[in-house]
Design a protein around this ligand. Structure first.
Ligand code: SF4
Ligand code: SF4
Length: 456
């Protein structure tokens, strides 16, 4: 089978400190959970309960403020102890509810009761997905309500235009291992979620975009999908980072589309059926959550999380309740081998650094990885000057010149000519390839992302 890829740049990224691809371990339930009111991109949900209130597992405790917000549910039963707020990176404050575990579970340990979704209209499916607060769990946490709002807007989407739902099972970063394990352990749920979301979006076909080295996984997903009526195909894509980025994935899929139209067009097939049209890209965790929302009528209660890094004694993939403190998760992995210099939520390539020593941040809907890194893994604090080696140019998938961009931003700030250079920073999508290869350990992507924000 042909493998499709973005045209240039990128890297083959390996990290021996990422957790191994073994089956997930279920984490202990936290005695105290911290449920943030913002677990998504956008404005916080409004609290519906106060200190002292009893809550049930899966109960709505934070109401979405509409588009750009999402409902929040209690991940465990118990009693609300108090409201808390804490400072995150860049001066952003988050608020949440502390719940003390108590009472009986309505879902955990009970046989799954299956609800039928097959007779529902697309709008009804959308409403249920919104009701259960489903967000894009692999990325920024964009509420699916926002996606539905643009799909339902005739100015943005013509209903007669084809629409393809792309199931992104692209593991170009070893820190995506939690989603890989989820795909293996919950393949049926991922596929059923894709069929449900395909119906909600009125997609005309579904593509399972799978890293070439996981071809057997792709074959398994496609075989599951064959029992449904919607056309489905498997497209193998490169495992080169950042293949999973929306821009790079779309480039690979457009190349597949061109190839398919050429090949099948020559055999006289209907070309209209081969056009992909607009793409909606979603990952396996989101799709499994969509399935649980419709089939089990339950919100997101837990998340597969990859816990690793050189400072972690026993790296592993864990199934963790939302609201569990990251300090408790590290403790369950045997604690630290030495003092971590960095705690990162997400992949070390693109994740968010947690404030020094703050292990109280909770796992939320979008927490797919959690890393604790020793100084030797972060490269310490030594920063040298650019040596003009050009490595960064060779790996940039967008075709930028990170060296020139960095010098324009840091060295010559404010001058007219350099302003033009800085304007290019908006094209950077922060993949971090240039950071990874830079022998001087310059924080190139951070400088570009910050410059782009200042330029707005
Ligand atoms: S972080 Fe930006 S400049 Fe660096 S390689 Fe990625 S896209 Fe290019
Ligand atoms: S990789 Fe680093 S040292 Fe080499 S040219 Fe780019 S910025 Fe300079």
């Amino acid at each position: 089978m042909k493998v499709y890829a973005f045209p240039h740049g990128g890297i083959h990224f390996t990290d021996p400190t990422a957790p191994p691809r073994k089956e997930s371990v279920v984490a202990f339930l936290p005695v105290l959970s911290v449920i943030p009111l913002t677990q998504h991109a956008g404005v916080k949900a409004l609290p519906l309960v106060v200190a002292g209130a009893s809550v049930r597992e899966g109960m709505l405790i934070g109401r979405s403020q509409g588009c750009g917000s999402a409902h929040i549910h209690a991940a465990v039963p118990g009693q609300v102890v108090r409201m808390v707020s804490w400072e995150m990176a860049k001066g952003v404050t988050n608020e949440g509810l502390i719940i003390r575990l108590g009472g009986s579970f309505e879902q955990l340990g009970k046989p799954e009761e299956r609800f039928s979704w097959e007779g529902l209209e697309p709008r009804e499916i959308q409403q249920r997905i919104i009701h259960y607060g489903i967000v894009e769990m692999e990325g920024s946490g964009r509420p699916l309500e926002d996606m539905f709002a643009s799909l339902n807007n005739p100015l943005q989407f013509e209903t007669s235009e084809p629409l393809t739902l792309v199931v992104r099972c692209v593991f170009d970063d070893p820190w995506l291992v939690a989603d890989y394990v989820l795909c293996r352990e919950r393949a049926t749920a991922v596929v059923e979620g894709s069929i449900i979301l395909g119906r909600a979006c009125r997609a005309s076909r579904i593509i399972y975009a799978v890293s070439a080295r996981e071809k057997d996984l792709g074959t398994m997903l496609l075989a599951e999908a064959q029992s449904y009526a919607i056309p489905a195909s498997l497209v193998l894509v490169s495992s080169r980072y950042p293949q999973r980025n929306a821009r790079e994935l779309e480039l690979a899929l457009r190349s597949y589309e061109k190839h398919e139209i050429q090949e099948k067009g020559e055999k006289g097939e209907n070309l209209e059926r081969l056009a992909l049209g607009s793409l909606i890209i979603q990952g396996p965790a989101t799709l499994a959550a969509v399935r649980d929302a419709l089939v089990l009528q339950r919100p997101i209660l837990d998340r597969y999380v990859a816990v690793g890094g050189s400072a972690v004694k026993k790296p592993q993939v864990m199934k963790v309740r939302i609201g569990t403190r990251i300090g408790d998760i590290f403790a369950e992995c045997g604690g630290f081998t030495g003092e971590p210099q960095k705690i990162i939520l997400g992949s070390p390539l693109s994740g968010r650094r947690v404030f020094e020593k703050n292990l109280d941040e909770p796992v939320i809907k979008t927490s797919y990885a959690l890393g604790a890194l020793l100084a030797k893994q972060t490269g310490g604090r030594v920063i040298r000057n650019c040596i003009g080696c050009g490595e960064c140019r060779a790996v940039c998938p967008v075709g930028l010149d990170p060296e020139a961009l960095f010098k324009g931003i840091v060295v010559c700030r404010g001058k007219t000519k350099e302003k033009q250079i800085i304007g290019k920073a908006v094209e950077c999508h922060g993949c971090g390839c240039c950071d990874l290869v830079c022998p001087s350990r310059l924080s190139l992507s951070t400088a570009f992302v910050n410059a782009a924000l200042e330029d707005q």
